[in-house]
Design a protein around this ligand. Sequence first.
Ligand code: MTE
Length: 412
Amino acid sequence: MKEHSGTELPLSRRDALAALAAGAGVALTACAPDGDGAGDSGAEGAAGAGAEGAAGAPGEAPPRAWVKDPSPFVQHGTNLETRLEDLDGLLTPNDLFFVRNHAPTPVIDPAAYRLAVGGPGAETRIELSLDELRALPSHTLISYLECAGNWRGFFQRITGRTASGSQWGTGAVGCAEWSGPRLADVLALAGVGDDAVEVNVIGLDEAEWARPMPLAKALDPDTILALTMNGEPLPPDHGFPVRVIVPGWVGSSSVKWVGRIEVATEKVWVRANTTSYVLVGEEWPADRYAPADGAPITTGAVKSALALPYPADLSRGPKMLRGFAYSPGGAVAGVEWSANDGPWAPARLIGTPEALPHAWARFEFEWEATPGSHVIRTRATDAAGNTQPLEGVYNEKGYLLNVALPHPVEVG
Ligand code: MTE
């Protein structure tokens, strides 16, 4: 069964159990409630993970951090950046979708895989096989996914200061169709206690990447445990067999290779909301955010980028320039462009962005390329009126830059 975005309510625990039993003919493994406030790392209760990329014999080629062919990408350590100029449709093909890995892609045996759901805020602890997850009602949505550090490589040019971390250009972003059970339905199987506050989602990679979210976000009907990406089983690099998709929140929240989900009765602090993915700088005094080093990031920012190399080389003559625009605050309502600090003019939106509030929007405009050096900017505005600023604000770790980006274009 395939549902579409946003209108259906999550299943009750009883409904979900009934659907599961009817669909798969299998029983849940219910374990004793653990109630011990287990920490935020580890992959207890989940089986079948093994990391590709363990040290090889002397003289062997160094292990790769990914399974996919890295050649179409810009490589930054364990990360692969998409070249936006390679994209034209609404959906980013899986083999061109950027990869952000804190550790090498793990290889997970689907037959041995179990998702453990429990924690002090859950009524019971359960384990679900992949077949059991597949038997739950499936929800489909099209959502963009962007790393909070996308555009970090432009901080020096925009603010005069370099930010630490991978120097991404514009390509740590993509847009895909994701399908799988709602996180709310899976939580309902374990039962959520009245004292539940947060839900922590923990990955099976060596980094044991985890990101907690408030219960309300976990129960949002568009927060799903994706089993497919663009109609195919999740590729290994994108979280096979299960990843969470948290529309509107930055990519670090969309934990890949999910092995364990812990329902917590108090706020959970992990790397992803204390030392990483936090805004650090004078405007975010650490004492206000302790134990985090700065303001933890949840949602991304409204942005737009040209689907051109940076900088771009174009031949002279009339050109149709295209790009992508997106916002965590809902659909993009408009995109403007300006060349060489000239007046802003509206770009054409392609398709009907308002029908897909979590997707990115494509835009295009005609530009007469005349010989010389040019700078083109684009500026998106979302349905809530959020728009890109003309000046960027520095933060030490280089997150959420969303200035109307000056894109250099040389015309020969
Ligand atoms: N999940 C796990 N388990 N390990 C990771 O390193 N990286 C996060 C998130 N989920 C990560 C993870 C970050 S920072 C981003 S931006 C997205 O995955 C990137 O998703 P992608 O590699 O599918 O593009």
